[in-house]
Every structure is written in structure tokens, then in C-alpha cells.
Design a protein. Structure first.
Length: 76
């Protein structure tokens, strides 16, 4: 199974990790957990500009073990 979720992920907290762990559990050992990270442009349509750069947020997300693939999310 493939599970897709997306985040701003500007300030990572336990809730984010809980959702990511749950997505990986649902995907199963042979499935994929794919995470989209919202671009700065997408974020500022609804919220203030993130404190962390888009590249920092991408790198941080890729380092979280529950995520198999990290992609760019250009819209909410």
C-alpha cells in the first residue's frame, strides 16, 4: 500500500512524528510512505512564511526514518 501525507513541517513536534509513524504502519513493510513538503509559496497562501527554509524542511523530513520518499508539494 502507498500512503501519502503532506506537511509544512516548520516546527517538528511529536504529533508530526505520530502521523508519520502511523502512515508507515498503514503502508506496511512492503509499502511506501510518501511525504510532501509544502513550498514556501504554498505555505504563504495560508500562513506566515516558515522560519526554516524549504531546503532545510526537505532535508529534515528525509532524515525521519518513517518516510520512504519525500516530494515537493506545491499546493495545499
Amino acid at each position: 500500500m502507498v500512503v501519502y501525507s503532506y506537511y509544512v513541517l516548520d516546527i517538528v513536534h511529536k504529533g508530526h512524528l505520530h502521523y508519520m509513524r502511523t502512515a508507515k504502519t498503514i503502508a506496511g513493510k512492503d509499502g511506501l510512505s510518501i511525504v510532501g513538503i509544502l513550498t514556501d509559496e504554498a505555505v504563504i497562501e495560508k500562513k506566515p512564511r516558515p522560519a526554516m527554509s524549504f531546503e532545510e524542511r526537505l532535508d529534515l523530513t528525509a532524515a525521519i526514518r518513517y518516510n520512504d520518499v519525500v516530494v515537493i508539494q506545491e499546493t495545499y
